[in-house]
Design a protein around this ligand. Structure first.
Ligand code: C2E
Ligand code: MG
Ligand code: MG
Ligand code: MG
Length: 285
């Protein structure tokens, strides 16, 4: 009897496992042709200066418009792309498209000379021998200054990546691009680690921002990150800011750069230009 029940459980587990694996393989297969079929898009979310209410930069966030399945989020397909090495092609596409878009906006006067583009980079990309060269080529091709590009690398990856990524980060810094630690606070990096690595900014993870105004421990964490960043000369960006209460606490704690739905979600390039063009007068919140 127990055996039968056990077997029954195993069957259910097995079936859902098989479905998950199948789904994964399906996505992997479709992703393989997504680039060639022009199904990937890069959307842009403003990174806003609290003092002016204007964007100082934007984060490029990839989107996949699957012809049958509809929109598939990066949280679903980026991990699959990483495991299957498809991330090389996806990452190269996003990098080139975001740098090209920045060049267009600079030429059209949508953004100013100091506006920067933040681009997410996977660990696999970072450790590819040709990665720095590809970044340099994208900048040269589109005539974008290196200081106007920031590469975002997830904190846990930096910590686990060891010496290979440390060398890659040095090459990228030598090129002149900024290095941002993404999801900061979730990856357990030490002060010494941050001092040793050539990073220029940290992005406070949304999980610490969401409790601001309600949780005093989150406030203490943000306060500590701000103090540490000041000591190390790092810029601080808060991500996932959704409410004016959170914004006000962040401002009080000395965070000047924020990103979140309070100002807008990631949108397609023309919507971004329409909403945020430097020609437009500042819209009050
Ligand atoms: P991330 O780099 O930490 O990006 C921030 C995520 O938070 C984005 O999700 C963004 O849309 C979302 N977000 C922004 N403001 C708010 C807010 O106020 N509230 C909430 N709840 N969410 C907010 P998205 O676009 O789904 O991307 C998820 C993750 O996928 C990114 O996290 C990043 O790790 C990865 N990703 C996205 N695009 C790329 C890419 O081109 N390359 C690589 N390697 N990874 C990417
Ligand atoms: Mg990011
Ligand atoms: Mg992030
Ligand atoms: Mg995050």
């Amino acid at each position: 009897r127990t055996k039968a029940a056990g077997r029954g459980k195993w069957t259910v587990f097995d079936a859902s496992m098989r479905r998950a694996v199948q789904e994964r393989l399906e996505i992997e297969g479709a992703l393989r042709s997504a680039l060639a079929r022009d199904e990937l898009r890069v959307f842009y979310q403003p990174i806003v200066d609290l003092e002016s209410g204007r964007p100082r930069g934007a984060e490029a966030l990839v989107r996949w418009e699957h012809p049958e399945k509809g929109a598939i989020g990066p949280n679903v397909f980026i991990p699959i792309a990483e495991e299957s090495r498809l991330i090389t092609g996806v990452g190269a596409f996003v990098l080139r498209d975001a740098v090209r878009q920045l060049a267009v906006w600079r030429a059209e006067g949508v953004v100013g000379d100091e506006f920067w583009m933040s681009i997410n980079v996977s660990p696999r990309q970072l450790t590819e021998p040709g990665f720095t060269g590809m970044v340099a080529e994208a900048l040269r091709t589109h005539g974008v200054p290196a200081r106007c590009v920031a590469l975002e690398i997830t904190e846990s990856v930096m910590v686990e990546g060891g010496e290979i990524s440390e060398g890659a980060l040095r090459d990228l810094r030598a090129l002149g691009v900024s290095i941002s630690v993404d999801d900061f606070g979730t990856g357990f990096s030490s002060l010494g680690y941050l001092r040793r690595h050539p990073v220029t900014s940290v992005k406070i993870d949304r999980s610490f921002v969401s409790g601001l105004g309600a949780s005093s421990s989150d406030e203490e964490i943000v306060r500590a990150v701000v103090a540490m960043s000041a000591a190390l000369g790092l810029t601080v960006v808060a991500e996932g800011v959704e409410s004016t209460a959170q914004r006000d606490v962040l401002g009080r704690l000395g965070v000047r750069l924020c990103q979140g739905w309070l100002w807008g979600k990631a949108v397609d390039p023309s919507s971004f230009a329409e909403r945020w063009s430097a020609d437009h007068t500042v819209k009050a919140l």
